[in-house]
Design a protein around this ligand. Structure first.
Ligand code: DAK
Length: 258
């Protein structure tokens, strides 16, 4: 498939990389770019040779938010009737792990897209913010919930109401990001991490992603039941048999992803 606003690569075995590519607009997220990014994610999700997806932008901007020039002439009816711009739930349906590699601006929808990923690796220059209030709106793609879950109410309120951006170090301290690296190597380190995830048995990886995410949706006892069922399910896989046998025989496992 050919894309106009994103670049797609396979930088390492098992790793699919999607790069936002509207540098002139600091990767402002218009409908075309989000639509292409979601399509590329779905293509990687369906590709058995890919085990982990990396989503990135440029060193200067992961994404400076939804495209304000596109939103400017959008009204409530257009928003409610749905479009490439509004259907971001496509990303939540991707079953393989997605790691955001964030450098520079991750604002508004950019911050929200990073938080929709399963892990975030940041460069030292990353800045996370939800400045929507400054243009008369509010976060609408998960920011009020995911940021609050990640950093707590006090900091989340300050970010959303007081226009405070979090630096990479603050984001690390508050648990929003996994790791911080110099801008020169944050992407390589993300690809390495993605390669490790891609090298794990994929059925277990998918069930872990699915089950961890239930921590945000279910109450504890329902989530623990869900976990137990998925745990039992893995005892029906060839990879469980191979993983345990390989451990006992002191050799590396050969995963079949079945
Ligand atoms: N939209 C459109 N263009 C943008 C942009 C944006 N969000 N951010 C930057 N640009 C463009 C600028 O207009 C400028 O273009 P030209 O004027 O050169 O043509 C170019 O990128 C460079 O920007 P600056 O000249 O402003 O660069 P600076 O270094 O001075 O400033 C900045 C960088 C990131 C601080 C600044 O550009 C800025 O404040 N940008 C806006 C940030 C913002 O307000 N973001 C939140 C937007 S609202 C939803 C999905 C998504 C959303 C909601 C719901 N659903 C699924 C329901 C999300 C909403 C938002 O993100």
């Amino acid at each position: 498939m050919t894309y106009e606003t994103i670049l797609v690569e396979n930088p390492a075995p098992g790793v699919g990389l999607i790069r936002f590519n509207r540098p002139q607009a600091l990767n402002a997220l218009n409908g075309q770019m989000t639509g292409e990014a979601f399509s590329a994610m779905e293509t990687f999700d369906a590709d058995p040779s890919i085990g982990c997806i990396v989503l990135t932008g440029s060193d200067r901007a992961f994404a400076a938010g939804a495209d304000i020039k596109q939103m400017e002439d959008t009204d409530v009816i257009k928003m409610m009737s749905g479009s490439d711009f509004t259907d971001w739930s496509r990303m939540v349906r991707v079953r393989k792990p997605i790691i955001a590699a964030v450098s520079g601006w991750a604002l508004g929808g950019g911050c929200e897209l990073a938080m929709m990923c399963d892990m975030i690796v940041a460069s030292e220059t990353a800045k996370f913010g939800q400045p929507e209030v400054k243009i008369g709106i509010m976060p609408g793609a998960g920011g009020t919930q995911r940021l609050t879950h990640a950093v707590g109410k006090a900091i989340a309120m300050e970010v959303m109401l007081g226009d405070r951006n979090l630096t990479a170090q603050e984001a690390l301290q508050y648990g929003l990001v996994n790791r911080v690296y110099p801008v020169e190597n944050y992407l390589d380190e993300t690809i390495k991490l993605a390669g490790k995830v891609a090298g794990m048995p994929q059925v277990a990886v998918r069930l872990i992603k699915e089950t961890v995410n239930k921590a945000y949706e279910f109450g504890l006892s329902q989530a623990l039941d869900y976990e137990k069922r998925n745990f039992y399910l893995l005892f029906g896989t060839e990879d469980k048999a191979e993983g345990m046998k390989a451990f006992i025989e002191k050799r590396a496992p050969q995963w079949k992803n079945r």
